[in-house]
Design a protein around this ligand. Structure first.
Ligand SMILES: *[C@@H]1O[C@H](CO)[C@@H](O)[C@H](O)[C@H]1NC(C)=O
Ligand SMILES: *[C@@H]1O[C@H](CO)[C@@H](O)[C@H](O)[C@H]1NC(C)=O
Ligand SMILES: *[C@@H]1O[C@H](CO)[C@@H](O)[C@H](O)[C@H]1NC(C)=O
Ligand SMILES: *[C@@H]1O[C@H](CO)[C@@H](O)[C@H](O)[C@H]1NC(C)=O
Ligand SMILES: *[C@@H]1O[C@H](CO)[C@@H](O)[C@H](O)[C@H]1NC(C)=O
Ligand SMILES: *[C@@H]1O[C@H](CO)[C@@H](O)[C@H](O)[C@H]1NC(C)=O
Ligand SMILES: CC(=O)N[C@H]1CO[C@H](CO)[C@@H](O)[C@@H]1O
Ligand SMILES: [Cu+2]
Length: 579
């Protein structure tokens, strides 16, 4: 297996790495595909996604709690005019399971234990492609799943390693599977996380089928004094994703690969025609004339969202990904790459109109693909009640400031190059980080508690959102590569950024990091043709104490591109923490 992969790698390294990924969301009329213009916008209410407490209160004192959360195959109604859709949903039981799954609310320093239970019958509802490195090899034997809590700081055994998958009732288990119950200590800074499936080679299809949910860690000691909008009515996660449907209501995913002779089903990027928020296509929400907090999670496979309001309402950013930023940042738009989280306050009392449409104008694939149309360009509608409210929430001048990283403390510099390989018909076949398959021996081995600088070099035409498990990072700068063809040729030959003189090529124009993205992040959009410099911290950001769990244990962590179709094939590498 390894030998074949390496052979393939060397053959493919000699191929051109030039070509833009073509969009699979076609405008051609297909009889069995629903024409989204048939789905009237803004007719369904934004669903109230259930909340589950990840702690219990005993005599006024919060204590650790154990939860059992299942994965169920069920029907879900995405739109008034669409027949029910078969989905995979997380929930306490089949009846209450939702897409997205329940929001788990955890408390700082109170651990939450979750036994994730797979109740999915065999035969995947979506085309899963046996030719990419995958955990699903026999469709009659059950659907492999494993849950990753994105943004969580926890032991490797609870991290949802792609090979720690399990099928229904734990009947079959992946090679690195160790335990049923995951332990989330919640000892990290307060903020937004999300959980989703991470099984090897199935992440894109398991998420498309519905296996996503949000997870919030709260620290009242730090957050209450801020006075931001709070409570279930005024503080809402919004999970955004895109889906296409067939006329029978089922999820449409193209089952013909772009290189069918190599990968019969895999496509480089999934785009859907309908924009879904918290499980409904283009929903509406009636809001009061006051401030709301929206934790916007981009849970689409490949779509970027650049969100803005049509009536001039603005976003006040208070956090990005899992961490608060130091000061609020006001902007008229917010840009979220796959799996990024933007945490904003919107003050509807400033609205001059009775309705506000949340819109999107990011091209797909981003940045060089098609412009949005009237459908993917609209997200949801807010209907603003007329009466002025007494609003006691506020936006403080200062939020939460974490200590700055002293760059002289950096102990290691790494170069991470992103490669895309194409077939002789110029279609992408797969993507690798540093030209290596996932199975190749680990090369990134940071020390616990250390800070490292990573130069992420994008040698493809796409913007790849890089996600690192365990570590958090700050984006320092983004510099365009000059004489990039020369550099690319060299990289194709020897795959060594230092020997190819990356420093001499990283001298082009600089692109500023938006103010609201200068905080601690766990995903960032890596621009094509640029070197992005990040400082990664393999320790807590709010304290210098050690993790308090064994971060060095097998099977380690991973880092990967968060375009799920890329991650599955196989833009992902192991990450091993050492003492
Ligand atoms: C969908 O229907 C609209 C209105 O009937 C039509 O203009 C459009 O071309 C159709 N789109 C597709 C992809 O068939
Ligand atoms: C898949 O499993 C079934 C049931 O055990 C078995 O009959 C079948 O031969 C297997 N198929 C493959 C391709 O291994
Ligand atoms: C599915 O993908 C194939 C190969 O890329 C393409 O030819 C076909 O048009 C796609 N079908 C749809 C409905 O998008
Ligand atoms: C937001 O502001 C920027 C800079 O002022 C401007 O270029 C952009 O067009 C604005 N976007 C919208 C949607 O108004
Ligand atoms: C959402 O996330 C996907 C994949 O992580 C990414 O491709 C897409 O650009 C993101 N969209 C937005 C709006 O952030
Ligand atoms: C951790 O230690 C460094 C170096 O001594 C210091 O600059 C930083 O402020 C400390 N961080 C915290 C959260 O105490
Ligand atoms: C160094 C390098 O290969 N850069 C490429 C990155 O992507 C752009 C397209 O956006 C190409 O033009 C560059 O050649
Ligand atoms: Cu990617």
């Amino acid at each position: 297996m390894e030998k074949t992969l390496l052979l393939k790698l060397f053959t493919l390294l000699t191929l051109l790495l030039c070509c833009s990924v073509t969009s699979s969301s076609s405008s051609s009329v297909k009889d069995n595909l629903i024409n989204v213009s048939k789905l009237k916008m803004f007719v369904d209410e934004l669903p109230n996604i259930p909340r589950i407490l990840g702690y219990k209160v005993v005599n006024g004192v919060p204590k650790s709690k154990s939860l059992k959360i299942g994965m169920f195959k069920k029907k879900w109604k995405f739109h008034r005019d669409l027949p029910p859709t078969t989905v995979y949903a997380y929930g306490l039981n089949k009846h209450t399971a939702t897409v997205p799954g329940p929001t788990i609310e955890a408390l700082y320093k109170i651990s939450t234990k979750v036994t994730w239970q797979n109740h999915l019958p065999p035969n995947h509802i979506l085309p899963w492609d046996p030719t990419i490195p995958t955990s699903l090899t026999n469709s009659t034997k059950g659907i492999p799943t494993v849950v990753h809590l994105h943004g969580g700081i926890h032991e490797p055994l609870s991290d949802g390693n792609p090979n720690s998958w399990f099928t229904s009732r734990f009947k079959i288990k992946g090679p690195t599977w160790t335990k049923k119950t995951y332990h989330y200590p919640n000892n990290q800074h307060p903020g937004n996380l999300w959980y989703h499936d991470h099984a090897m080679g199935l992440t894109r299809v398991n998420l498309l089928a519905g296996l996503i949910g949000s997870y919030i860690i709260r620290d009242p000691k730090i957050e209450s004094p801020l006075g931001l909008p709070h409570g279930n009515e005024f503080d809402l996660p919004l999970m955004l994703f895109d889906r296409s449907f067939k006329t029978d209501g089922s999820i449409f995913m193209n089952s013909t690969g772009n290189n069918p002779s190599i990968h019969p089903q895999w496509q480089p990027e999934y785009f859907g025609d309908a924009i879904i928020v918290n499980g409904k296509a283009w929903p509406r929400l009636i809001v009061r004339r006051r401030k709301y907090r929206f934790r916007i999670i981009n849970a689409s496979n490949a779509r970027f969202f650049r969100l803005f309001f049509t009536n001039g309402l603005r976003f006040v950013h208070v956090a990005s990904d899992s961490a608060y930023i130091g000061k609020p940042v006001v902007s008229n738009e917010t840009f979220v790459g796959p799996s990024e989280i933007t945490d904003v306050i919107v003050d509807f009392s400033k609205s001059r109109s009775k309705v506000a449409i949340l819109r999107n104008n990011a091209a797909y694939p981003y940045p060089s693909g098609d412009p949005v149309d009237e459908f993917s360009g609209r997200v949801m509608k807010f209907v603003i009640l007329p009466d002025k409210e007494v609003d006691t929430s506020r936006i403080p001048e200062k939020l939460v400031e974490y200590p700055v990283v002293d760059l002289s403390s950096v102990t290691q510099t790494r170069y991470i190059a992103m490669y895309e390989y194409t077939s002789d018909i110029d279609e992408p076949t797969h993507l690798y980080l540093n030209g290596k398959p996932y199975e190749a021996p680990v090369t990134e081995t940071p020390k616990e508690g250390s800070n490292e600088v990573w130069y992420v070099i994008n040698l493809t035409d796409d913007n790849h959102p890089l996600h690192i498990h365990l570590g958090l990072f700050k984006v320092l700068d983004q510099t365009e590569l000059v004489k990039s063809d020369e550099f690319k040729d060299c990289m194709k030959k020897i795959n060594d950024a230092v020997k190819c003189h990356v420093e001499e090529h990283a001298r082009g124009k600089k692109v500023l990091v938006p103010e609201y993205e200068k905080g601690w992040k766990n995903v960032f959009k890596m621009r094509p043709g640029f070197v992005t410099k990040i400082v990664v911290r393999f320790g807590y950001i709010h304290t210098n104490t050690s993790y308090g769990f064994d971060a060095t244990s097998e099977s380690g962590y991973v880092y990967h591109c968060h375009i799920l179709d890329h991650e599955d094939n196989a833009m992902m590498r192991p990450l091993k923490i050492i003492k």
